[in-house]
Design a protein around this ligand. Structure first.
Ligand SMILES: Cc1cc2nc3c(=O)[nH]c(=O)nc-3n(C[C@H](O)[C@H](O)[C@H](O)COP(=O)(O)OP(=O)(O)OC[C@H]3O[C@@H](n4cnc5c(N)ncnc54)[C@H](O)[C@@H]3O)c2cc1C
Length: 557
C-alpha cells in the first residue's frame, strides 16, 4: 500500500507512551489488525520503567507477597489467535493451581513474554525508548514528543497509556507529609512492597497505622508480617518477633473487601444464565445512553433475576422483594448497608466465600456484577453517554468493587489470624479522628485511642487528570487537548481519541485506561488491558493512517 504523507511527514509512525499491560494489549491488537490488512507500522515505545511490559503493578522484581486479585481459573488475557502466544497457565513454570492467586511478579514475567512475542510480529517495527515523555507538540497534522534529552517525531498517532501517573497528594496526605518532614513520625508509601519490607526492619515493636483498608492494605499487612519472617500455620500466626507491635488499618467505611469464592464449585453458584447475561448486555447498552433514572432502572431490572434466583437456592430465608430495596440503597449510598464491624466482615466474608454460610444480597450482587464486567465494558465503553449517567454507573461499579475485586480467601484467613492474635487491630478501622502529635499520629474512635509512630499510605490516588502532576498530562489539559467529564476523568471517544475543549476529537491523540474513567468503566483490571478498547483504538489508528484525509474530515465533523 502506498504511504501517504501529512504535511510532508511520513505518516505511519505511532508513538506509544507507557509500556505497562495496556501498552502490550494495544500493541497486540495493532499487530493483529495491521497483519490482517497487510500493513507494516513503525512504532516508538516510551517508558522509563525498568520492566517494560509488566509496569509498576506487575514488576517482576516486586515481592511475591503481592498477589493478583484473580484466581488462575479466571485469568483470561486474550491475545489475538494469529499471534500464537501461550496462555498464562501453559506458560507458567512451575504451574500454579486453578484456585490459587498468582504473585503479581509472576504475572509480570508473563507480560514481558507477551511483549517479546509481539515484538516479533512482522507487521510492527518497534523501537523502545527508556525515557519519560514530558511534553507533546503538534505541527500541522504531525505529533512530536519531548523527553528530557530530545524531541522525537513526527508521529501521525500517539497513544497514551500511562496508568496512574504521579498525583498531587490530597489535603490529608499533604499535611502528613509536612508533619513527617518536621520529624514527627514516619510516613511511608505502600509500594513497592519490597521497600516496605526493608523499612519494616525499623518498625519492630512500633504501632503502624495504614490509611486505606482495600486491596493494597492486604499487601501492606503481609509485608509487615510474613515480610518480617512470620508464618501462618494450622495453629495460627507464628511471629518472628520482628513485627510491629500492632498494625491499625482504617478507612472511611472501616470495611475490608469481601473475599472471592474459594473454589470453582462455590463460584459456579453465582453464575448468571446466558439469558440473564443477554438481558444485561441489552440493559447496559441502553443504560449507557439513557438518563440516570432510566439507567438505574434498566440495570436494576437486569440484576434482580439472577440475584433472586441465586438467593432462592443459596439463602432461601432472604425476604422476597428485599433485593430491589437493597439495590435502591446501593445506587444512592454505596456500602451503607454493611453495618457489621470489620471483624464481622472478614469472618462472614470467609464463610460466604467457602460456601459454609448463606450469602448476603450484597455478596450475590457483587459476584454477579464481577461476572458481568466484560459485558459491562462492551456495552458502556463505545457508547455516547448522557450527562450525569457516567458518574452514576461508574460510582455503582466502584462501590461494588468491595465484592467484585475481592482478595483471595486465604488472605482474609490470614487477616483473621492476625486480628485474633492482636497483631492487627480493627477497633479503630472506621474513620477514626486523627491528630498530629510529636510522636506521629493519634487515632481515636469511640473511646479508644492509639499512637502510631508510623503511617503507611495505601490509598490509590484519584484518576482525576487535574490532580496529576506529570507535566505531560498537565500540559495536555493546559492546551485543551485533554478535557474531563464532571467529577470523573478524561473525555474520550469510543476508540480512545481524546475530546478537546472545542468538543471535537483531537486528531491522532488517544488515551486508554484509568485516566479515562467515566468515558470507560471498570478500567482497573488486567482483563480490560487486553479487551475491546485496545482493538477499537487499533482499528481507528490504522484506518486514519491508511486514509489521513478522511481522518481529518472526521476529526472536525
Ligand atoms: C498496586 C496495584 C495492584 C493491582 N493489582 C491488580 C490485580 O491484581 N489485578 C488486576 O486486574 N488489576 C490490578 N491492578 C490494576 C492495574 O492498574 C491494571 O491491571 C494494570 O496495571 C493497568 O495497566 P496500565 O498499562 O494501564 O498501567 P500501568 O501498569 O501503570 O503502566 C503504565 C506505564 O506507563 C508509564 N508512564 C506513565 N507516564 C509516562 C510518561 N509520561 N512517559 C513514559 N512512560 C510513562 C509508567 O512508567 C508505566 O510503566 C492493580 C493496580 C495497582 C495500583
Amino acid at each position: 500500500m502506498k504511504v501517504k504523507s501529512l504535511d510532508g511527514y511520513e505518516s505511519r509512525r505511532i508513538a506509544v507512551v507507557g509500556l505497562g499491560p495496556r501498552g502490550v494489549g494495544a500493541l497486540e491488537a495493532l499487530a493483529n489488525l495491521a497483519g490482517e490488512r497487510g500493513m507494516r507500522v513503525s512504532l516508538d515505545l516510551f517508558d522509563p520503567h525498568p520492566s517494560p511490559g509488566a509496569g509498576p503493578n506487575f514488576d517482576p522484581d516486586e515481592s511475591d507477597l503481592c498477589r493478583l486479585n484473580i484466581p488462575m481459573r479466571d485469568i483470561d488475557l486474550r491475545a489475538p489467535a494469529a499471534l500464537q502466544v501461550a496462555s498464562l497457565s501453559a506458560w507458567l513454570e512451575p504451574p500454579i493451581g486453578r484456585d490459587s492467586f498468582p504473585p503479581r511478579a509472576r504475572l509480570g514475567t508473563y507480560l514481558q513474554y507477551r511483549l517479546e512475542a509481539v515484538s516479533d510480529a512482522p507487521a510492527l517495527e518497534m523501537t523502545r525508548i527508556a525515557a519519560q515523555v514530558t511534553h507533546l507538540e503538534r505541527e500541522g497534522q504531525a505529533w512530536f514528543l519531548k523527553t528530557d534529552t530530545r524531541r522525537h517525531g513526527p508521529y501521525s498517532e500517539v497513544l497514551l497509556v500511562p496508568g496512574q501517573p504521579a498525583t498531587r497528594p490530597d489535603d490529608q496526605l499533604a499535611a502528613w507529609q509536612a508533619h513527617a518532614a518536621r520529624g514527627h513520625g514516619t510516613l511511608a508509601q505502600a509500594y513497592p512492597v519490597r521497600r516496605l519490607v526493608q523499612q519494616g526492619d525499623d518498625w519492630a515493636g512500633k504501632t503502624v497505622a495504614v490509611r486505606g483498608f482495600a486491596l493494597s492494605s492486604f499487601d501492606v499487612i503481609r509485608a509487615l508480617t510474613m515480610g518480617a519472617g512470620g508464618r501462618f500455620t494450622g495453629a495460627g500466626y507464628q511471629p518472628s518477633g520482628r513485627e510491629p507491635r500492632c498494625i491499625v488499618p482504617f478507612s472511611l467505611d472501616g470495611h475490608p473487601p469481601y473475599p472471592k469464592p474459594a473454589t470453582e464449585e462455590v463460584d459456579a453458584r453465582f453464575e448468571p444464565t446466558p439469558d440473564e447475561t443477554d438481558a444485561f448486555r441489552e440493559a447496559v447498552t441502553i443504560a449507557a445512553c439513557a438518563s440516570p433514572n432510566e439507567a438505574r432502572q434498566r440495570l436494576t431490572a437486569a440484576l434482580i433475576p439472577p440475584v433472586e434466583r441465586t438467593l432462592m437456592t443459596q439463602a432461601p430465608e432472604t425476604a422476597p422483594d428485599s433485593v430491589a430495596d437493597w439495590l435502591a440503597t446501593e445506587w444512592s449510598d454505596a456500602g451503607v448497608q454493611e453495618v457489621g464491624t470489620a471483624l464481622d466482615c472478614v469472618s462472614e466474608g470467609i464463610a460466604m466465600a467457602e460456601g459454609t454460610r448463606p450469602p448476603t444480597i450484597g455478596y450475590v450482587v457483587g459476584q454477579v456484577w464481577r461476572k458481568w464486567q466484560d459485558p459491562l465494558r462492551q456495552g458502556y465503553n463505545p457508547a455516547e453517554t448522557a450527562p450525569v449517567t457516567p458518574a452514576l454507573i461508574v460510582g455503582f461499579d466502584e462501590g461494588l468493587k468491595r465484592y467484585s475485586y475481592g482478595p483471595p480467601v486465604a488472605a482474609c484467613r490470614e487477616l483473621l489470624s492476625l486480628i485474633e492474635c492482636g497483631l492487627v487491630s480493627t477497633g479503630l478501622s472506621h474513620d477514626p479522628d486523627i491528630a498530629l502529635i510529636d510522636e506521629g499520629w493519634r487515632l481515636a474512635s469511640a473511646g479508644r485511642e492509639v499512637t502510631a509512630e508510623v503511617m503507611i499510605d495505601a490509598v490509590l490516588p484519584s484518576p482525576d487528570p487535574h490532580q496529576v502532576t506529570d507535566s505531560l498530562i498537565s500540559g495536555l489539559i493546559h492546551v485543551g487537548w485533554l478535557t474531563t467529564l464532571d467529577d470523573l476523568a478524561a473525555r474520550t471517544g469510543p476508540d480512545g481519541l481524546l475530546i478537546g475543549s472545542d468538543d471535537r476529537v483531537v486528531p491522532g491523540l488517544s488515551l486508554l485506561g484509568r485516566l479515562a474513567l467515566g468515558s470507560v468503566v471498570a478500567a482497573d483490571s488486567l482483563h480490560d488491558c487486553f479487551g475491546a478498547a485496545s482493538r477499537r483504538w487499533a482499528e481507528g489508528a490504522l484506518s486514519r493512517i491508511a486514509d489521513p484525509a478522511a481522518a481529518s474530515v472526521n476529526a472536525v465533523g
